[in-house]
Ligand binder design. Structure first.
Ligand code: XIL
Length: 408
């Protein structure tokens, strides 16, 4: 980079920030936790470290999303109009407004972190309604040090709800009420909503949608209904379908099938959310291919939850099922983790920049390694004391095409 002089010169000691470096490409966002928005000490985080997280947030990011506080379990834990807890989400939108940040809302309809009452009713469950296999329950703890909320199951419990169920109409009414209340409250403040999260099936089977209480009780049109309710609740909001593992060709095929079907039905789906919980084996080519294919849908692509796992346990694939999270952070770090992480981030961001006509937002899933849901996989750009890592330098160099010069 030329050290320019004159009116456009940057002060030599001005820190390089993510949001500035990418300002001509896309906003750079991050997931935020409750203590960052409300102050004080956080979960295994002193008040001082929390304040340092907030400072890093303000310095580097211009878009935020609640890591947990807009999920059904947290924002609407009890049935009825007085069953909502809005305070943390209100704090987040106020924080964003005071700091000129955009907000994404996460998430209106999901099979995880949804309380049991949502699905409960008087219809006997089908004989097939059992909890997931024991492996799920046994391995079902999230990475230590990070997760207070939920364990990947329903209502924060160890398995999904197996009791008597609501009817289709009851569940649709609850969904409609929830979406109208939540999206309605933040109209004009939340720019984009994850309307449906993780509805696609994993693995090699032929089903497009995963089996969930939503799909079983309502049927596959629960996805379309959610988008219609969200559009009615906030006609200006960008409505996003969000999922993980889209770097995997089989999962991506399902995404394309689902979105084409919604488009054929004129359902208001406005953006693809690709979570991008990836690992250090991820290359430019993988991301390039993935973005090229997703872009054929003609919708903006938002990278919604980027992190790059460098734990041994996370190198097998691009899964991000919350129920399997603990396993993905086990086994210690891969060898030469810092360098592998930096190389992976360089390739990934090179692909984002190449596809900047489609990639309209890039959100990382956390400010730093210490607050990450995959803390043991050290997957982010800042360490636990908010020091930029080699991966941070790599992201910036890859983007400005500055191969050797130190950038801070
Ligand atoms: C995770 C949070 O980071 C954890 O704190 C929580 O315990 C479980 O959920 N896909 C998503 C996110 O859409 O909501 C998940 O967030 C990570 C995977």
């Amino acid at each position: 980079m030329l050290l320019a002089v004159g009116p456009n010169a940057q002060a030599a000691d001005a820190p390089v920030t993510l949001k500035d470096v990418f300002k001509d490409h896309f906003p750079i966002g991050t997931a935020v936790n409750r203590s960052m928005m409300m102050g004080g000490a956080g979960f295994r985080r002193s008040a001082e470290l929390n304040a340092s997280d907030v400072a890093t947030l303000k310095q580097h990011f211009n878009q935020i999303v609640a890591e947990n506080d807009m999920k059904w379990q947290l924002i609407h834990p009890r049935e009825g109009q007085d069953g909502y807890d809005f305070a943390p989400a209100d704090a987040l939108v106020n924080f964003a407004a005071s700091n000129r940040m955009e907000v994404a809302g996460h998430t209106l309809v999901w099979h995880s972190q949804t309380p049991n009452w949502v699905f409960a009713g008087t219809n006997p469950p089908p004989p097939s309604a059992t909890n997931p296999p024991p492996a799920f329950a046994a391995g079902n703890t999230n990475a230590p040090g990070t997760n207070r909320f939920g364990r990947g199951g329903f209502g924060g419990g160890f398995g999904r709800y197996t009791g008597p169920r609501a009817s289709r109409d009851e569940l649709l009414a609850r969904m409609s009420n929830h979406i109208h209340t939540v999206a309605g409250r933040y109209k004009g403040k939340v720019k984009v909503w994850d309307v449906v999260n993780e509805a696609l099936a994993d693995g090699q089977g032929t089903n497009v949608l995963r089996t969930s209480l939503w799909s079983e009780i309502i049927g596959p049109d629960f996805v379309a209904k959610a988008f219609q309710y969200a559009h009615a609740a906030d006609p200006q909001a960008i409505l996003r379908y969000n999922d993980y593992g889209l770097e995997n060709p089989a999962k991506r095929k399902r995404l394309i099938a689902l979105i084409k079907e919604l488009q054929a039905q004129k359902i208001p789906v406005h953006a693809i959310g690709s979570q991008a919980h990836v690992n250090v084996a991820t290359t430019f080519e993988t991301m390039d291919q993935s973005l090229t294919e997703m872009a054929t849908l003609g919708l903006p692509i938002h990278i919604t939850e980027l992190d790059v796992n460098s734990a041994q346990g996370g190198q097998r694939g691009f899964g991000a099922n919350v129920a399997d999270n603990a396993a993905t952070t086990q086994g210690g770090l891969v060898s030469d983790a810092d360098k592998k992480l930096a190389d992976a981030y360089a390739g990934i961001f090179r692909a984002f920049v190449k596809h900047r006509d489609s990639v309209k937002l890039v959100t990382l899933w956390g400010v730093n390694d210490a607050v990450s849901w995959r803390a043991q996989g050290k997957p982010l750009l800042f360490d636990g004391e908010n020091r930029p890592k080699a991966a941070f330098d790599a992201v910036i160099r890859a983007t400005v095409g500055e191969p050797s010069k130190s950038i801070r």
